[in-house]
Design a binder for this molecule. Sequence first.
Ligand code: ZN
Length: 306
Amino acid sequence: MITRSFLLLGGVLVAALSAVAEVNKVETLAKDVYFHEGDIGRKGHCNNGWIVFKDYVLVIDANFPSGAEDVIPKIRQITDKPIRFVFDTHQHGDHAYGNQTFADLGATPVAHEGVLEAFRKFEPTRWNDLAKNRPDVAASKPKAPTLLFRRDMIFDDGEHRVELLHFGVAHTHGDGFAWLPKEKILFTGDACVNGPYNYAGDGDIGQWIDTLAAAAKLGAEKICPGHGPSGPGDVLADQRAFFVSLRDAVKTWKDAGKTAAEAKAGADPLKEQLRKNPKIERYLGSFFAAQVEKAWTELGGEPFPK
Ligand SMILES: [Zn+2]
């Protein structure tokens, strides 16, 4: 059956199978450096990473509490060193609501200061909304990061080096990247995803494009996105190309004096047009109309009519 499907569908099926196979599996990227693609489809989980230093473990993203519970035993299978730090790449629930779960193990949540500002701005409202539908959130409690950086923070024990970096507004106002210069691995949080997962409501698409350009200067050879499978350095360029194509199209409408209703009507045809570009096709999904409206309002357009 699989052989026959292979013949029928060729590369599409191979890609689908390899993507499925990676979810919830620990991927060893380099000595002491690990990536774990979370189950976003069924559980809403984000991706995680972890780096085993001489004395402790640094975890990338706290995930939801249930995502933290998924990944902690997998870290424990690899090392019994203490999980001392958990880095929230941004404040969203699927990346930061597991902070208390990690804190219960003795870890300190670390983040760009914009993450703390977002906790103060949005919580506990968003937490309480999600807790209605997520038992894991209902059973835990919000915990903001307490160790903060403005531009960068460096972990270096002579063997491993991880630089936490902020390049400006992107997916949120507090996006942090984790850069491993020796291995040329970049953990991006949701500033870069690998699939149709770009929620733009808390960020700024115009600034996002610039932030991705700044991150690209690192020269990463391996990208560990916030959602979707890990990939080569091109993933960062593809993510940026998606937003550039979207924003350029919306800007031509704005410059041509189109109305909000006309811009709204243009979203579906634009989606089909962008689908023809194989480098960005995978970014097109159910968020597309909202992404178009976000780009439109950033350019000074009125919100789309209901
Ligand atoms: Zn996310």
